[in-house]
Design a protein around this ligand. Structure first.
Ligand code: AHM
Ligand code: MG
Length: 336
């Protein structure tokens, strides 16, 4: 079989009678994918490209910025602002939104992203990634500059989401709301080639991803669930669960898409509203991918994609993966 490139896949999606991929969205995804190639190139140079280490700056969330956080953010802004597909952008590394400057044509979409997810892993050569979410600019902002409120849409409104993962292979994993597809970067050709899809999360894998060091902050329900799974021999695979935690959500989510299991970064039960992951550019794009692959994503109480965001950098508890395991978690948790 001839290899299917990302370009061909997107064009064929556009041509479908029930298409969820108009030309403008296709070109936007191609632009994001091109920026991810440039980010991949920068990361792979490492110390030779003077891209490792931290800057003296902090982002709006008080986190020290890595050189690559800022470099990758700039690459995404530069690649996307002139193409005419976007009305504005927002990112983990920008305090507020970035409306498309007047000198460029404005398009119908909004792009929200985490330029380097797992950036604490960059300096030690572990997998990191770029997470992105595409929203439609509300009709109400036609003829005026976009504002922050325009970005505050629930995850169900996403037109597309995906991530690039910079690991042993460089991958792009994408959904346009009609299944999840994986593309591998052919480094010689510079082309993204489809290597899997539509992806379905394998069921019944007894593997948990959670940072055990945060145990003091868990609710009694999460503590009960984890204790149960680490000791219960009646688990689906007949043994206690195995544990994996990379510190890069892209890597943990990718493993779950391909191998199954469950990921948890619950909110802090001692401080209501305090959580680690961000709703708009981490939880929502991953939630859409996981649901499209047959899994589930909740904030602890309800479906992540149904949450009405209140602010751009809002944080949220996130539990995602194997849908049956998430139902079991909810059952175990109520008996806590
Ligand atoms: P980042 O986007 O600033 O890198 O933070 C997000 C990361 C996730 O990739 C990962 O799941 C989590 O934060 C790791 O947090 P911790 O260091 O508490 O284990
Ligand atoms: Mg992140």
């Amino acid at each position: 079989m001839k290899p299917v490139t990302l370009t061909r896949f997107l064009l064929e999606q556009q041509r479908r009678p029930d298409s969820t991929c108009p030309a403008e969205l296709r070109l936007l995804i191609e632009t994001v994918a091109r920026a991810c190639k440039a980010i991949n190139h920068a990361i792979s140079k490492g110390a030779l490209g003077d891209v490792l280490g931290s800057l003296e700056s902090e982002n709006v969330q008080g986190e020290v910025q890595k050189k690559l956080d800022v470099l990758a953010n700039d690459l995404l802004v530069d690649a996307n602002e002139w193409g005419g597909h976007l009305a504005g952008m927002a990112s983990e590394e920008m305090d507020t939104i970035h409306p498309i400057p007047n000198r460029f044509p404005r398009g119908e979409y909004l792009l929200v992203y985490d330029p380097i997810d797992g950036s604490s892993n960059v300096d030690v050569d572990l997998s990191v990634g770029t997470i992105f979410s595409v929203l439609r600019a509300p009709a109400a902002c036609a003829g005026r500059e976009v504002c922050e409120d325009d970005f505050l849409q629930p995850g169900t409104e996403q037109a597309a989401s995906g991530y690039a993962i910079y690991g042993p292979q460089t991958l792009l994993v994408l959904t346009l709301g009609t299944g999840v597809y994986e593309f591998t970067l052919d480094r010689e050709l510079g082309a993204w080639i489809m290597t899997d899809g539509p992806i379905r999360i394998p069921e019944g894998n007894c593997e948990i991803a959670i940072n055990m060091a945060r145990r003091p902050q868990w609710s009694s329900e999460i503590t009960h669930y984890i204790n149960e799974r680490l000791t219960n021999e009646k688990a689906p695979c007949g043994r206690a669960y195995n544990m994996r935690w990379t510190g890069s959500m892209v890597a943990d989510v990718h493993r779950i898409l391909k191998r199954g299991g469950i990921f948890l970064y619950p909110s802090d039960s001692r401080t209501p509203g305090k959580a680690r992951l961000r709703l708009l550019y981490e939880a929502n794009p991953m939630g859409l991918l996981i649901e499209q692959a047959g899994g589930a994503a909740i904030d602890g109480a309800g479906r992540v994609l149904d949450i009405q965001p209140a602010s751009l950098h809002q944080r949220v508890g996130l539990i995602l993966g194997d849908a049956a395991e998430i139902r079991t978690l909810q059952d175990i948790a109520v008996t806590a």
